[in-house]
Design a protein around this ligand. Structure first.
Ligand code: UDP
Ligand code: MG
Length: 147
């Protein structure tokens, strides 16, 4: 079991797709280990998008990512990084297949509904960036559920 970091971006929150996107992850078998809503600070975004700071679109990306609060999720499951990336589709929503999160709800390459970690190494870094140790939970799955 691995844990990966997902961000539900402003177009997801403003477009009221949070439930639909979370539903897809849960139906794929992912367990939520952490969830929180917050306004992303400029400092946080500079760390999170450090690989993009020099790109011409970075200022616009910053404005977009601060246009509403975002929701961070820590999702646990087998092969979580790769399986979540498959569920969301490629960066450019216009090139994403229907049936993927970005293909169904994303607008373009920037406005693309979700972020997801791209490696286990980055997942560990990003989980630390967005969740304090006490905000990530390991809990027994012993409760009765509807079969
Ligand atoms: N992005 C953008 N223009 C680009 C490439 C990326 O606006 O040409 C934005 C987009 O929101 C993307 C994020 O920057 O999701 C991070 O880019 P990355 O290449 O890491 O893509 P991802 O891992 O999100 O698929
Ligand atoms: Mg990325």
């Amino acid at each position: 079991m691995d844990t990966t970091l997902v961000l539900l971006k402003p177009d997801c929150v403003a477009g009221r797709k949070v439930g639909e996107v979370v539903k897809r992850f849960e139906e794929a078998g992912f367990q939520i280990r952490g969830a929180k809503m917050f306004a992303a600070s400029a400092e946080l975004l500079k760390g999170h998008y450090a690989h993009l700071i020099d790109k011409p679109f970075f200022p616009e990306l910053e404005v977009f990512m601060q246009s509403t609060p975002v929701v961070a999720l820590a999702l646990a499951g087998d092969n979580a990084v790769e399986r979540v990336r498959t569920i969301i589709g490629p960066t450019d929503s216009k090139k994403a297949d229907k049936g993927t999160v970005r293909g169904d709800f994303g607008v373009d390459v920037m406005v693309n509904i979700v972020h997801a970690s791209d490696s286990n190494e980055n997942a560990a870094i990003e989980l630390k960036r967005f969740f304090a140790p006490g905000e990530l939970f390991d809990y027994a799955m012993g409760y009765r559920t509807k079969p």
